[in-house]
Write a protein that binds this ligand. Structure first.
Ligand SMILES: [Zn+2]
Length: 306
């Protein structure tokens, strides 16, 4: 019996993103669309923040699981997920925008820590004469979070939100928008790793039923929510985020690039959030589970058109 033993590795958290998180996103969405977006508030509904906070923890754990898998196959000892992702992608590409990428990723882990380590906030609020919330203050209690953290500049202190992704850190306020935003950066990170390291390191295919049909592409699934989001300022923020991510990372995700009229254009293996804009008006959400068309300007590509 001189055969080499078979080996498997125990990366169970990688499955959370495929099998659990999108169900939690759908759960958070139901109460979310009933919210009054004009009213001031210090919390979202219990159902929304329970589903969204669990979704964020599981999604970021999945990202950590993917890192473990990459580092195992590359035979590197893992240390810190944020530094490890940034370091391996920067080693592969000298021009990788590592500082910005590291900041985005750090914000995800800050949001994860708030929930996973149950950071306690004290929220004080006042009603006006009509029993509408007139003001509220939220304070992180001593003993929670690390005041010496080097990344505290990534948090807007008064608002208790992260600076780039605008993720709520006061746990009662964490809702659909936060989980939805986290998934945009996770889609981009997975896309970069698949292209730079090989699809086999993160063979990611979410299985999610959308309008009665299964879809296996995270970008298309996220696009299906986009037009139903009632908060226009949040939609604008997502639109800006997708264009920023496209600008910064498309060259690391593309499988090919070519020149058209002096401009560099890119092609991709599949749809990603950075490649899901209408070719005419550039609004996010062109590729959806029920087909490719723009709900904003009505554009769709006909056969024979280029
Ligand atoms: Zn359009």
């Amino acid at each position: 019996m001189n055969k080499k033993p078979n080996k498997i590795i125990s990366v169970v958290t990688a499955n959370y993103l495929e099998d659990l998180v999108l169900g939690l996103l759908a759960q958070a969405f139901e109460p979310y669309i009933k919210r009054d977006f004009k009213a001031k508030n210090f919390q979202v509904s219990y159902i929304e923040h329970t589903a969204a906070t669990a979704g964020i923890v599981l999604a970021v754990m999945a990202l950590e699981g993917f890192r473990n898998k990459i580092y195992y196959h590359k035979k590197i000892e893992p240390k810190n997920p944020v530094n490890d992702y940034t370091s391996i992608l920067t080693k592969l590409n000298n021009n990788f925008p590592s500082t910005k990428f590291k900041n985005y990723l750090t914000e995800l882990f800050i949001a994860r820590d708030v929930v996973a380590h149950n950071h306690l906030y004290e929220v004080s609020y006042q009603y006006d004469d009509n029993y509408n919330v007139a003001s509220c203050r939220q304070k992180l209690l001593k003993g929670y979070g690390d005041p010496k953290r080097k990344d505290k500049l990534l948090v807007k202190n008064n608002a208790r939100k992260t600076r780039q992704l605008n993720l709520n850190l006061q746990p009662l306020k964490i809702g659909f928008e936060d989980l939805y935003t986290v998934l945009f950066f996770i889609d981009t990170t997975i896309a970069i790793c698949q292209q730079q390291l090989g699809y086999g390191f993160i063979p990611f295919k979410p299985r999610h039923k959308v309008n009665g049909v299964y879809d296996e592409n995270l970008s298309r699934i996220l696009a299906n929510y986009y037009y139903k989001i009632p908060n226009s300022s949040f939609k604008d923020r997502i639109q800006k985020l997708t264009l920023d991510l496209k600008n910064d990372y498309q060259e690391f995700i593309a499988n090919n690039k070519f020149l058209i009229n002096g401009f560099t254009a890119y092609s991709f293996d599949t749809h990603y959030v950075i490649d899901n804009h209408c070719p005419k008006c550039e609004i996010f959400g062109y590729h959806k589970p029920d087909g490719d068309y723009c709900k904003e300007c009505g554009y769709s590509l006909s056969i024979g058109q280029s």
